[in-house]
Design a binder for this molecule. Sequence first.
Ligand SMILES: Cc1cc2nc3c(=O)[nH]c(=O)nc-3n(C[C@H](O)[C@H](O)[C@H](O)COP(=O)(O)OP(=O)(O)OC[C@H]3O[C@@H](n4cnc5c(N)ncnc54)[C@H](O)[C@@H]3O)c2cc1C
Length: 377
Amino acid sequence: MSQTVGIVGAGLLGRLLALTLRQRGWQVSLFDKDGPTVPNSCGYAGAGMLSPISELESAEPLIARLGFDSLPLWRQLITSLNRLDLPVYFQTEGTLIVAHHLDNADLHHFRHMLQSKLRHCQNSEVPASALNALNWQLTPQTLTTLEPELGGRFHSGIFIQEEGQIDNRQLLLALENALQLAEVQCHWHTPVQEIQAGMVQTHPRDWRFDWVIDCRGLGAKPDWNNVRGVRGEIVRVYAPEVTLNRPVRLMHPRYPLYIAPRENHHYVIGATSIESEDTKPVTVQSAMELLSAAFAVHEGFAEASILDSLANCRPALPDHLPQIQSSPGLLRINGLYRHGFLIAPQLVEVTCNLLSGRPTPEHYQALIQGGTVPVCP
Ligand SMILES: Cc1cc2nc3c(=O)[nH]c(=O)nc-3n(C[C@H](O)[C@H](O)[C@H](O)COP(=O)(O)OP(=O)(O)OC[C@H]3O[C@@H](n4cnc5c(N)ncnc54)[C@H](O)[C@@H]3O)c2cc1C
């Protein structure tokens, strides 16, 4: 008989884990306090950048490794979703990092910071192929070849070839449809009151499973008291006068930002990072900073229509690394912080290994607190 699992939280991690476990023969039930689009989840607000190297500027090498291991898993998943006629915009055209002439010092600083971090990374964390494909000093000609509409506006930059991005909202929707097709029991609009080993408590009943997995992100705070929220804000625009082929990061002393292109001239402009758990709507100051930085990258954004703006809080642990707390019958996973999309597929693999009693590779053991889990409680 197949094993049963109850997953609490159907945001990015929860629904990815639910689909993967179902495909591996588990009986899966998924709970979320919101409806299928989970508009209040962090995953709905995210920008979907998959940047294992750029993020290294402020992240640990373990994040880069999880990110590099996740990229082929994303490819497989997107291909399988496409086969089900569930399209998700996903591309790996690299990232371009630029600065205006006056802010060249910020670009130099970023370059030095990244180079010094990379010197301490092992080949397993950042593959040599990714390093060899990295262009630290773009000439104006190469920059123009990569992004014709930015030629003349910027004269130098960095190009990180092995990075990508995914349309987060399309992904959440496609995963929800795939869960339905796979006959995962989804309990929407069902706030979970309590989670214990093998038990999920909702109103008015308790549910029993072989395993329970807590994927509530910031919602897990009552049971995980050092999870904190780091506020992030984005603005989505439709800019028919702008054509960018890949995510562009602007180095700026006051508001570094990225512009992530989606299909049909839609762009996500993000993201602020503020030590606050306030999820109130995007502030005027943040909107002004994000939009003026976008305009500084490309004047075509002046005529763009603002589609929406969104704020949410990234679930972070003190070391800014994810963590899996394991005990018999219960796993709690949290701390995806600003890297959820980058690292989720590999984190799901580590979790599936734990559940099936397979050993965790040494380089991922630091993610797990509580030791190796027995095959079944
Ligand atoms: C502005 C912004 C930009 C970002 N950009 C990127 C990016 O470019 N690249 C990247 O890799 N990451 C990015 N992130 C981070 C990424 O979105 C998060 O790391 C990721 O969404 C965390 O996933 P999660 O599943 O842990 O949490 P969530 O996606 O928040 O999911 C948690 C789910 O749990 C549910 N829940 C909570 N409490 C309960 C309860 N009691 N009962 C039932 N359900 C409950 C919630 O409704 C929610 O659906 C960004 C985040 C923000 C805010």
